[in-house]
Design a protein around this ligand. Structure first.
Ligand code: GLN
Length: 549
């Protein structure tokens, strides 16, 4: 393969158009043509990373193997392609300025005035090239966060304009993801916002090559011709990206039906193999034609937000696809459980998942949920804070440790079964100071986790400060709690299981970050498997539970 080619994805008209999924889908199509890709996200905010942002602001914080706390779009990149991302793949304005200011303090600018152009833009361009050098990919897809016209994104747009100028136009492609809204009063789709958005781009010196037009109904040929003419784009490069309601994993397939991969390959002069998306075709078929349904309660603090548990929701769907079952996610607010009790929320539920989280709000509701799952033999999956809540519940109700807690919730608890590691004591900075990224974990072969993974050692991503307190290891194990996964040196408990229960697993790490639609995570697969059995049992209540058989 020749030199690396670049695709820049920008967004027009408004946010939430699914630019991340669009960039990821382009990646999966290029992989489908036998090319290797790398994806990079530029975020215009001044935070160094989203690790310090509330889920209300930002949605989920996605963690890479090397421990970077990144934008959730990186999750889409990893789920839609076979790439494994690192901190190089996620760049914020905060990081760019931090690097430039550090260099300035070291005297790196030799007496010059440090300015947005060229110093900030140079730093942005160098981040693009650095990734290109280390990834060795055929195509690098860079998504510019925000919407064209935002003050914050101007330095990034200026940088990619310069970049295209330097690399030569044959080597760079600009794709603008835009909205064609339907105006009810006129019953018409409107092109004007897109015209304005492209005008804004051209003002900066960027002429988009491809328009990817989001709309809730088909765009006519006539309208595509109009957009082509007004936006100065070839007609074959005005592509419709109709809302997909079945599953987001159909998006690459719908783009290929529009011919997006052909246009991209042709414009960049790329040569690849004929498009093969058969694995995705199969997956979408399975998702669209389920043989049954399971209902999973996800009990969190941010139940009302779409994106706070994005990777968890996706991983649950992957687990469902593995059993060809639809997974209906019931979002339960942990505080409502505190106010109204568990029973209200539990009719027709086949499994309970408690995701990660921080702080005290809703904790007692979560612990109550754990108790319900444990005592009623409902499949239970606790992730990070969810595992910590399960440990607390077990300590309180099975090991006689009244008021046991995590010291994050109650620093004065008589039984601090979850507590800070020595090295975390004195840490005052919040950003990037947790246990972050991939750590290895050794498994007991005959446990639920051991059987699920089918290997003696795994690697999973972490993002937490508190840990299972080793001082309580023996007492909890004596009370029946199983600890089948630890760090290879045995010093950290990574997995807990409750025996004599259909499926009860808590993990200190975040398996949701490594689940892929084409390769569902074994724990999510088995959790849904247990939920499928539970659904069966609820349909035939006479049937003995797996434990009574
Ligand atoms: N708040 C807990 C801790 O810091 C759990 C973190 C999480 O769930 N990601 O250990």
């Amino acid at each position: 393969m020749g030199r690396i080619k670049y695709i820049f994805v920008t967004g027009g008209v408004c946010s939430s158009l699914g630019k991340g999924v669009a960039a990821a889908s382009i990646g999966s199509l290029l992989e489908g043509q036998g090319l290797s890709v790398s994806l990079q996200k530029f975020d215009p905010y001044i935070n160094v990373d989203p690790g310090t942002m509330s889920p209300y602001q930002h949605g989920e914080v996605y963690v890479t193997d090397d421990g970077a706390e990144t934008d959730l779009d990186l999750g889409y990149y990893e789920r839609f392609t076979s790439t494994v991302l690192t901190r190089q793949n996620s760049v914020s304005t905060g990081q760019v300025y931090e690097a430039v200011i550090r260099r300035e303090r070291r005297g790196g600018y030799l007496g010059k005035t440090v300015q947005v152009i060229p110093h900030i833009t140079d730093e942005i361009k160098s981040r693009i090239r650095l990734l290109a050098e280390s990834s060795g990919a055929d195509v690098q897809i860079c998504e510019i966060g925000g919407t064209v016209g935002d003050i914050e994104s101007i330095p990034f747009l200026e940088a990619i304009r310069q970049f295209a100028h330097e690399e030569g136009r044959r080597n760079v492609l600009f794709i603008h993801v835009t909205l064609i809204p339907h105006v009810k009063a006129a019953d018409e789709l409107k092109t004007k916002p897109t015209q304005h958005s492209v005008m804004k781009l051209r003002e900066i010196g960027i002429q988009p090559d491809i328009l990817l037009c989001r709309s809730d109904r088909p765009i006519s040929d006539e309208m595509k011709a109009k957009l082509a003419l007004f936006c100065n784009v070839q007609k074959e490069a005005v592509l419709s990206a109709l809302d997909i309601t079945s599953t987001i994993y159909e998006i690459p397939l719908s783009y290929s039906r529009e011919g997006l991969n052909q246009v991209v390959m042709e414009y960049l002069g790329l040569e690849g193999s004929p498009l093969d998306m058969s694995a995705w075709d199969d997956l979408v078929e399975r998702i669209k034609n389920p043989v049954g349904l399971v209902r999973i309660a996800v009990v969190g603090k941010y139940a009302e937000l779409q994106d706070a548990y994005r990777s968890i929701y996706e991983a649950l769907l992957h687990g469902g696809a593995a059993h060809q079952h639809k997974v209906e996610i019931i979002k339960v607010n942990a505080e409502d459980v505190e106010a109204h009790g568990v029973e209200d929320y539990m009719t027709g539920i086949h499994g309970i998942l408690i995701p990660g989280g921080f702080g005290t709000r809703g904790i007692e509701g979560k612990i109550e949920m754990v108790r319900f799952a444990r005592t009623r033999n409902l499949p239970f999956f606790g992730i990070c804070l969810g595992m910590q809540c399960a440990t607390v519940e077990y300590a309180r109700n099975m090991a006689g440790m009244d008021n046991a807690n995590s010291t994050e919730i109650n620093p004065d608890t008589p039984y601090p079964v979850i507590s800070l590691l020595e090295e975390q004591h004195g840490v005052v900075e919040k950003g990037g100071t947790m246990r972050l990224g991939a750590y290895r974990c050794r498994l007991e072969a005959d446990s639920l986790a051991g059987r699920g993974y089918g290997v003696p050692e795994i690697s999973e991503r972490h993002r937490h400060r508190y840990e299972f307190n080793n001082n309580y290891r023996n007492a909890l194990a004596d009370a029946g709690l199983r600890l089948p996964g630890t760090s290879p040196d045995g010093s950290l408990v990574e997995i807990i299981e409750v025996p004599n229960h259909p499926w009860f697993v808590g993990v200190q790490f975040h398996p949701e970050f490594t689940s892929r639609p084409l390769k569902p995570h074994p724990l999510f697969r088995d959790f849904i498997g247990a939920a499928v059995q539970e659904a069966e049992r609820q349909r035939h209540p006479i049937m003995a539970s797996p434990l009574e058989q």
